[in-house]
Design a protein around this ligand. Structure first.
Ligand code: FES
Length: 160
């Protein structure tokens, strides 16, 4: 049974005419699958490769070039919480914030809480230096964070 639904396949196929070569669709296809399934399993890699007429190793190479994607045996939580540890954030308590989040959630960066709600990550500058220390909650900035604000945020996210 295929891992990619008919809907995902159709979306990938619709991307193909928008790019000069099928290979160029690899990254958007990976994002599409990752956003939908919260992971890109080995079977998904094979199916993406089939759709794009590539060898699975080409898709795998692209995927693993970026530390962004969760692969076989890994799964993103409902919310991906990135804590910035870039220079501005580091100088304003970013490292301490990461420590705090790890303790609060009982996981290390790169891991997902047992309830599947939150994946904690660190980031290198998320473009919000004027609001350091900053976080990304999926794609949304949260700025001038403190341990107290992070606690509130985590409570909110756990209730979603
Ligand atoms: S260093 Fe953290 S947002 Fe730029």
């Amino acid at each position: 049974m295929p891992v990619l639904s008919a809907e995902i396949r159709e979306k990938i196929q619709k991307l193909i005419p928008l790019y000069p070569r099928k290979q160029a669709v690899t990254l958007p296809a990976l994002h599409l699958v990752h956003d939908t399934l919260r992971t890109v399993s080995n079977d998904a890699i094979v199916e993406i490769a089939e759709l794009l007429e590539l060898h699975p190793s080409e898709v795998h190479d692209t995927m693993t070039f970026y530390a962004f994607f969760k692969g076989e045996g890994e799964k993103l939580g409902k919310t991906r919480l990135w804590i910035c540890r870039g220079l501005a954030c580091m100088l304003r308590g970013g490292y301490e914030l990461i420590e705090h989040c790890q303790q609060k959630l009982g996981i290390q960066c790169g891991q997902t809480t047992a309830d599947g709600q939150i994946t904690l990550e660190f980031a290198e500058c998320i473009g919000a230096c004027d609001g350091a220390p900053a976080c990304l909650v999926n794609d949304v900035h949260a700025m001038n964070m403190t341990p107290e604000k992070v606690d509130e945020l985590i409570t909110e996210l756990k209730l979603k």
